[in-house]
Design a protein around this ligand. Sequence first.
Ligand code: DLZ
Length: 163
Amino acid sequence: MAQELQGSRHPDGTRFAIVVARFNDHVTSGLLRGARSALADAGVRDEDVTIVHVPGAFEIPLTALRLAESRRYAAVICLGCLIKGDTMHFEYIATATSNGIMDAATATGVPMSFGVLTTLDEDQALMRAADGPGNKGGEAARAALEMATLMPQIARGNERMQK
Ligand code: DLZ
């Protein structure tokens, strides 16, 4: 019989870190609210959440890497907002940020969720940061919860196979 694994979104006593970019704060503050609310809904205590503010999305990957290396957190939730402008800045920062977050997660084995909006205009961004079920910060937090509970299951499976 096949063995199926999936995360539960109901972690016990695990700590989470949120890295949130200050650039486009009127949007990222909504993402942060959504993420905190999703963690609270899952029973994560406020004192088990560390929120780190960084200048912009470009600063998220290094910060997330350092938090993961501390081994204090079951997952890192990354929040930011990139709005396309008239120059190539958007493309460079979006690529660096998404690759950097993925690299940090795979290098440390600590799950990181991608709550960085990459939108064509401000309206699209505001819509995705509004309170409610469509809030992308909440979505990123729920992904982090699921991965945080899935990783230990896989680790336990690996241990069993080695015995
Ligand atoms: C410079 C810049 C620009 C043009 N646009 C954004 C953006 O839309 N979203 C964002 O989070 N950050 C932006 N930044 C700032 C960079 O992420 C970074 O903070 C600076 O280049 C300093 O390293």
